[in-house]
Design a protein around this ligand. Sequence first.
Ligand SMILES: Nc1ncnc2c1ncn2[C@@H]1O[C@H](COP(=O)(O)OP(=O)(O)OP(=O)(O)O)[C@@H](O)[C@H]1O
Length: 262
Amino acid sequence: MVRTALSQTILEVKNITKRFGGVEALRGVSFSVKKGEVVGLLGDNGAGKSTLVRCISGIHSPDEGEILIAGKAVKLDSPMQARNAGIETVFQDLAIIPEFDVVQNLYLNREIRSANPILRWFGWLDSKAMAKRSQKSLNRLNSRIPSLTEKISNLSGGQRQAVAIARAVSWGAEIVIMDEPTAALGVEQSAQVNELIRLISSQGVAVVLISHNMQHVIDTCDRAVVLYQGRCNADVAIGDVDKNTLVALITGAADMTLAQPA
Ligand SMILES: Nc1ncnc2c1ncn2[C@@H]1O[C@H](COP(=O)(O)OP(=O)(O)OP(=O)(O)O)[C@@H](O)[C@H]1O
């Protein structure tokens, strides 16, 4: 599926190198993502995908290279700095608390405190405001979540993903990175998550998606960036490749480095 991405480049990763002792996990990786674009980040086990995502999320500091947001170089030395730069990452564990309800999870660590100074002093939260804004965020995503007061443990895997994605975009993220969002889901739930990814991209959010599922990549992404042994092996429009080519790029049987845009 190919959609017209908005033309402004929002994320640029330039020549990122990251070493762990003697292991060079990333060797001069560059790629960029436009507003509203969905880019698949592919690669075999150990290719460097998680390390790259961790550099963009402020968890690892690259040894070399730079990251630009909307054309400006940014220092992402902590997850908070990445968040402040408009980058949200939905990791596989989703970082949601099963015993908490939907609103509590959407506002986890960012609770709205009561407007009343006395109640505020006692640490009271503004539940009404959080519920109202949560409803708005979920409406924006055409949510199928039954109730805001539903405990996360009662939701399906796809609905949990939806809560994690809603939390990411409800804070105004311009770039959302997702690590294997459909890995643990069945066919129908995966399709719903894909729909959600397309929806946020149509609202201008740039999405970087780690996936090992080629059909998912073909169905959801505009472009694929393939890592092989820490290097960028290809940066291709999904319309220009088929599943077999993607697999060949991932295993290193093919290399489209020369075909990449300058
Ligand atoms: N904290 C670390 N310390 C040492 N080596 C690391 C560390 N993190 C990653 N590596 C190494 O860096 C390389 C890239 O690993 P990375 O986890 O980024 O790959 P990946 O593409 O995400 O793999 P997978 O699909 O299996 O998650 C591997 O050789 C890995 O062993």
